[in-house]
Design a protein around this ligand. Sequence first.
Ligand code: LLP
Length: 423
Amino acid sequence: MSAFHYQNDELFCENVPVAQLAEEFGTPLWVYSKSDFLGRLKEIQDAFAEVDPVICYSVKANGNLSILKTMNDAGSSFDVVSGGELFRVQQAGADTSRVVFAGVGKTDEEIRQALKADILMFDVESEAELDAIARIAGELNCVGRVALRLNPDIDAKTHHKTTTGKKGNKFGMDIERATELADKVLKDEHLELTGIHMHLGSPILSTDPYAKAVKKGAEVISQLREKGHNTNWLNLGGGFGISYKTDEGPSAQTYADVIVPTIKEIGCRLALEPGRFIAGNSGVLISQIVFTKREGGKLFYIQDGGMTDLVRPAMYDSYHRVWPVKPKVPMPFDCEGEIEGCEPADVVGPVCESCDYFAKDRYLPPMQRGDYLCMFSAGAYGSVMSSNYNARPRSAEILVDGSENQVIRRRETYEELIALEQT
Ligand code: LLP
């Protein structure tokens, strides 16, 4: 069961009433459940335990230092995509020898930083990047461990803005080039081919793309081994889907069932980079209704949370369940369509953009100024994608652990908005 639940007609996170947090720390407010983060990580650890994988929590989903520390303490490793993310995991006390580094545009400085941190491997996205790693490893007199990020040309049926494993996407290299690229690595004394990497897109609700990818990956590894490469890692990236609407998100075991047998068959190490699966349903965004109005035949709930907090609806037309913290109608299992006692309304933010909304024509219980509202499934790609547009300070983040809560990022101040500027 999720840590976010209604009890006596009000929303709780673990044992803490969410309204109490909103009153104490103000809104908009990110609220995370430590037990949900740990529970989701454990679900993956248990499902794949048979092949002893390295689970590299994807920092981009939610990189708050306290979250990273929680993940690290629970045995997770990390997937980073920038020098900044590497810095974050170092600050969280991570063992960098288990960190993987993806990203199409790694700079020399970032490559140097990662080589010095002796990371497990670079997920290399172009031939030019191989050259850059070899050159810098030469300068530092070390060896760069690399996994070729291959584009398997699999349609993972995600939103077009979050698909990555189809031909024509900017990520990785064509799978047909694997042996040619591997031979290049073999010839370079400053490179070591550790494995291959694929990331298919996000979120992926079906296991089919993984079944195809693991087969393609296994074929490439066998080919490379025949040619004398010691290719020992298959990194299948992230992308495991979650339930945003009802219970559409598969369990970790469902994904493991299609991946593990092939890994055992070829006898290689498995790395995974889950982000959303761990963070997505472990956090919510709480806002407060500022005004309600009826215009143009529509009911609008205008609240203090905006696209500067949670940009996913504006950016990807993403669906998030939205329901009051103290609702006059209990939240149904399925919030889509008509709901008795509710009226269709738009939930919008204060930002001067028409795309600044959280829900459109959604059946919601009656609400008034001052009521708190919850945007569910906002733990992944929420606070990390927030911005200061319209000079809006970034919101505070709270981590709940049982009956305790801790501010893990305080709200930004107006002074901090201008702190780096000069006149
Ligand atoms: N590994 C690589 C190489 C990735 O590019 C990503 C996500 C992940 C792992 C983690 O994927 P996850 O397990 O979280 O699905 N902002 C978008 C999602 C962008 C995902 C980018 N890459 C959203 O809000 O839906």
